[in-house]
Ligand binder design. Structure first.
Ligand code: SAH
Ligand code: DHB
Ligand code: MG
Length: 224
């Protein structure tokens, strides 16, 4: 098995189950033209995020790490008409491209793109009383995953769902002595999940057009 085969199988799945989507195709083209890196989730992963938000009947969603708004659009499509999604992005250019993409997807009325380092904007959300969020997707700078998980819990309620992308990292996650800050962050994140009595969590490995990585998912079973 190799990346070529994973990609072909992803195309097979996507061709059958994720219908052609001019809005998403156009937004990926716009993001590419603006020079954004192709770090968005894959189409079938994006649809998984939408399905999880639908299963969760989410009215309020928080995303940490917007990029061009690809995962944002999938998640926002699961919201009811009075729903709300706040997405946090530190790079002003990424945020600007995302706002345009989200507007062209007809979702601007549901989505707020907030610019700033998430470690600064997360406490603002708490102060403003924007919480609790029904679903929180963590997908920004991986060294900060432990802090983001702590904030995600603070901004949750019993029954919230916390999801994190890129938790396997080509399998390097098992290297206990790694000095890669992203690996350290993701390992610490898994340890926090394990030690946290307020969540029930698991992680799955994924292969596909985005390579070998994984998702973690934590269900908040009780409040503070
Ligand atoms: N969720 C997106 C991909 C996000 S890529 C998708 O699947 O479509 C990660 C994003 O996190 C990048 O846009 C990067 O600029 C942003 N980021 C990096 N460090 C950050 C920080 N400290 N606070 C907020 N966003 C950050
Ligand atoms: C990369 C992939 C991601 O899903 C992400 O959130 C950040 C970076 C990458 O391929 O480098
Ligand atoms: Mg990611």
């Amino acid at each position: 098995m190799n990346h070529k085969q994973w990609t072909e199988v992803d195309h097979y799945i996507t061709d059958l189950l994720v219908p052609p989507d001019p809005v998403l195709d156009a937004m990926l083209q716009a993001s590419d033209a603006a020079g954004l890196p192709p770090h968005n989730v894959s189409p079938n992963q994006g649809k998984l995020l939408m399905l999880l938000a639908l299963i969760q009947r989410a009215h309020t969603i928080l995303e940490i790490g917007t990029l061009g708004g690809y995962s944002t659009i999938w998640l926002a499509r699961a919201l009811p008409a009075d729903g709300r999604l706040i997405t946090l992005e530190s790079n002003p250019k990424h945020a600007e491209v995302a706002r345009d993409n989200i507007a062209r997807a007809g979702l601007a009325h549901l989505v707020e793109v907030r610019v700033g380092r998430a470690i600064d904007t997360l406490p603002q959300l708490a102060t403003e009383g924007q919480h609790p969020f029904d679903l929180i997707f963590i997908d920004a700078d991986k060294p900060s995953n432990p802090e983001y998980f702590v904030w995600a819990l603070k901004l949750s309620r019993q029954g919230s769902l916390i999801i994190a992308d890129n938790v396997v990292r080509n399998g390097v996650v098992i290297e206990a002595n790694s000095d890669d800050p992203s690996v350290k962050g993701v390992r610490r994140f898994h340890e926090l999940l394990a030690a946290e009595p307020r969540v029930s969590a698991t992680a799955i490995q994924t292969v596909g057009s985005k390579g070998y990585d994984g998702f973690a998912i934590a269900f908040v079973t009780s409040e503070d």
